[in-house]
Design a protein around this ligand. Sequence first.
Ligand SMILES: Nc1ncnc2c1ncn2[C@@H]1O[C@H](COP(=O)(O)OP(=O)(O)OP(=O)(O)O)[C@@H](O)[C@H]1O
Ligand SMILES: [Mg+2]
Length: 412
Amino acid sequence: MDRAGSLLSQRLLDVLEQLLRLPGGDMKATLSHVSDVIARASGADKVDAFLYDAARDSLVAVGSSTQPLSMLQREYGLDVLPVSNGGRTVRVFVDGETFLHGHIDQDADELPGIREALKIKSQLGVALEVGGERRGVIMIASQQPDFFSPEDARFMETVAHWVGVVTHRAQLAEEIGNAAAEQGRRAGAEELITVLAHDLRNYISPLNMRLDVLRLRAQRDNRADELRDLELLGRSIGRLSELLNDILDVSRLDQGVFHVRPQPVELSALVRDLAGAFGAARHAIQVTVQQGDEVRVAGDPARLRQCLENVLANAIQKSPATGAINIFVRREERPDRTRCAVVEVIDEGPGIPPEQLPYLFERFHGGRGRDGGLGLGLYIAKRIAAIHGGDLAAQSRPGKGARFTLTLPLER
Ligand SMILES: Nc1ncnc2c1ncn2[C@@H]1O[C@H](COP(=O)(O)OP(=O)(O)OP(=O)(O)O)[C@@H](O)[C@H]1O
Ligand SMILES: [Mg+2]
């Protein structure tokens, strides 16, 4: 290796070492550090790491070396370079090719501000790739003519590659930080909702009591109109109460105090009873019990009912007026030879879009629909299945309805 070559590799090693020592903080801090490291290694009067900002269609000097020329650049507003204005920095970004010039003061393609106000004579610019994508430019400048050599250009190309890696690391760290903050905000919001639900529920009983009094009075005086209104009011209060209970159930699940009281439960009877309760709706709900009548599991009857109720309520809500809903109850042997109980709820509604399926059982998913649901029903249903050692799964082909399958271990 010749002397120039060995000097170059020594310089590269020094810079690499300094880059690796950078704390993995936010992007801006990282790019400012990087610019300082390069300024020291190259002897330049100014180093900028420009990133492309799509909103402004501009290259923005996110990190600059802490040198007098950089401050002057900011004063002249030359730290934001609109792509439409052209100039050498923009060219490097657009073409991706390294730019080296020793007399930029005579280069008509450079912006006058950079030539005249900053009095820059030498420039070296290389494209900056982050995570496999061209994201900006590293531009180094000197007020002396012919300051940078082709060797410096090679040096900068290698350094830019490392800067890309360091920047990517900073970007990922920033994203993780944002996700954690978002999670914190969410946890706070959920706690507030839970407290609110708890307090609001205290108003439900007095409301119902008052409603009963009004209902009796209307019946006594034969006021049919009022009875109808009170009936509607009663249903709204019922729905409100269900919403509040769902929120409180989710909070209990989170805190591990969602209690189930297991006892022998005969599923086909439970399903028939549930279908009967929904039977008043206009849909034909057909319950088919295969392999005899008895499908026994150990579980909490109220919670299992709640689980299937949530699934069935969705099926009814999504079904067209003439759509049938089929429920199958049966025993099945799993591949590991354990035997389980299976309840399938199949509807003829619009089905579930494939992109929605992976998130279907997440809380607040798909909620706020026409009926004002919160998107908690399936989340709770699946957790109830899991608490019983079982599972709830969904299958659907869009336009062909949905199939929800609840599996539970059979009672031993
Ligand atoms: N049988 C179904 N057919 C089509 N889409 C369904 C079906 N069941 C559930 N979904 C979709 O999944 C979403 C989530 O259902 P989930 O029961 O968790 O919440 P919700 O019904 O919106 O509100 P909540 O049950 O809390 O009142 C629904 O909003 C709906 O988009
Ligand atoms: Mg629902």
